[in-house]
Design a protein around this ligand. Sequence first.
Ligand SMILES: Cc1cc2nc3c(=O)[nH]c(=O)nc-3n(C[C@H](O)[C@H](O)[C@H](O)COP(=O)(O)O)c2cc1C
Length: 388
Amino acid sequence: MSQNQYPHLFKKGTLGTKTLVNRFVSQAMEANDGEAGGSVSKRAIDRYKNLASGHWGVVVVEALSADPSSLARVNQMILNRENLDGFKTLVAEFKKIAPETILLFQVTHSGRKAVKSHSSATALYNPAEGEKLLSTQDVEDIKNAIVEAALLAEEAGADGVDFKMCHGYFGCEMLRPGNVRDDKWGGSFENRTRFLTESLGEIRSRLKNPDFILGSRISVYEGIEGGCGTGGPDEIIEDLSEMEKVIQLMEELNMDYVNISAGIPGTTSEITRPTPPSLYLYLHQFRYARWAKNIVSKMMVIGSAYSILKEGALELADENLQKGYADCAGWGRQSFADPLFPEKVKTGEAVNYCTACSGCSKLMVAQKNDGCILYNDYYKDLWKNRNK
Ligand SMILES: Cc1cc2nc3c(=O)[nH]c(=O)nc-3n(C[C@H](O)[C@H](O)[C@H](O)COP(=O)(O)O)c2cc1C
């Protein structure tokens, strides 16, 4: 195994105006290890330094909350002014090791996927019992928080932001046909995409760096009634016609990339991250990336869900890139199993392959710090002692 075997994965390219040194993307992976107030911990900085040593083409920093009152993880990092110095340090330390890697911050609001103990804004539409229906102004405030977080990412030195519009979080809920709000944030396609168009417009008008990368991760098909990738609020069968319009809109908005994902962790988890019994669901993710490639003309397409294929992912990723079915290949759990993955592939060193054991997810759901329980002693111990 070496660089020569995977010429397309190691082919240079451009993302926005920046050079992409290879096509390996380390996907956003929450590790639930912020300090009090959602500040950046030493553990988080060390994790990203490890990823820097892997010399990925792109590293996406995990879901960072734009709003302290909506956390999906109790120790989720919060991208606000109070925590800015920590994010500056994270970027500086990362860039010392890997100045060539594109470093993106994923910005999010957790919506009703926030933990109840750490959430004040839980519903966007159709509130369940006990859930608060966000007012028109509440949604406006969330949009403003996302805009501020994106600008803080620029101030921290990140190369760009990834708008989290996937996996059932707030941005994703917005897009759904099931978003039946009767104000300016729901109902029509225009209203359901207003959050994206307005945030982007405001960010662009205030950014200092014209080369700052703007992209988004979407769940092409969520697998729930009225979810993204269905034909209406009462439909569950896949119908991608509207998501095609979403991608076209992203391109009209001059976004630099779309990161293709699917499903909702915790609800239709296997679609998002296949495990051994659902191995072949990765084929849907490949299909969605190829479908997106047929829609875009200039925006880059990042494909997801390669970890389940272990070493075999390399050949399939290379083939997908060669055939023009994606521009980059994204690894989530594999980046936990071996942060040095691309570098090891390049040099032919043995890689620690993710077995899709789900240990990282289970630690995360238990609100512990999470990471690879197979190869990392810290998380191995957390796993052993998880019930204590
Ligand atoms: C522990 C854990 C944390 C995750 N955190 C995020 C996140 O912060 N943002 C995101 O978009 N996806 C997140 N995901 C999804 C992954 O980025 C990825 O899409 C998924 O694991 C499938 O890719 P893989 O098969 O390569 O792991 C997470 C997944 C896991 C297992």
